[in-house]
Unconditional design. Structure first.
Length: 198
């Protein structure tokens, strides 16, 4: 039997969809969605973040790996400039305790985040989930030529196996394009359309 299909392709959040979600979201949810989109972190990692985890100067959040992880390495969440601005502002407001809070001042949980995003998405005619931002982050990175190993590290995977399982449609396409480039730069000319149908 073939392996089950990944939801990665179907779970993507386009820039237009993200803009619609942001417009309908509360400021508290906007902060969470921005951070998820900019870092590719797991929703549970976002919920666990405190000021103590953030090194703004280095542009990274450092979390202990879950006990299920086989490595002793900490989980590093690298911050884009936009993600850094969000956490810097939240640290100023909340130097102690969880950084990301709901509108009611309670810490986000993965269930609360999923439920709230579902309601907001439904209100604007979309269907998405917090993990869709992680899938989008990985997809965008791979489609823009970031190596499998670097994307796996950015996502906090210990190797590339999980990445290949869920994003093989992108890694295979990139490999076909690389082969095509090497052939037309280093080998005989390609006939029209050759190499792009793989």
């Amino acid at each position: 039997m073939p392996p089950p299909l990944s939801r990665g392709r179907e779970a993507l959040v386009t820039a237009e969809q993200h803009a619609r979600l942001m417009e309908a979201a509360t400021p508290a949810l906007r902060d969470a969605l921005t951070f998820l989109r900019e870092t590719g972190c797991r929703p549970a990692e976002l919920c666990a973040l405190t000021a103590a985890h953030v090194d703004l100067q280095a542009g990274v959040c450092v979390l202990a790996q879950p006990k299920s992880d086989r490595t002793d390495r900490p989980r590093l969440i690298f911050l884009s400039e936009e993600a850094r601005r969000v956490v810097e502002r939240l640290i100023g407001q909340r130097p102690d305790g969880p950084l990301f809070l709901t509108t009611f001042g309670r810490p986000w949980t993965t269930d609360k985040l999923r439920s709230r995003l579902y309601k907001v998405a439904r209100s604007v005619g979309l269907k998405t989930m917090p993990y869709g931002y992680r899938h989008t982050y990985a997809t965008d990175a791979l489609a823009n030529g970031v190596s499998d190993a670097l994307v796996a590290e950015l996502l906090g995977h210990s190797g590339t196996a999980t990445l290949h399982k869920h994003y093989s449609h992108l890694t295979a396409r990139r490999e076909a394009l690389v082969r095509a480039i090497s052939r037309f730069r280093d080998g005989p000319p390609l006939s029209p359309g050759e190499g792009l149908a793989e």
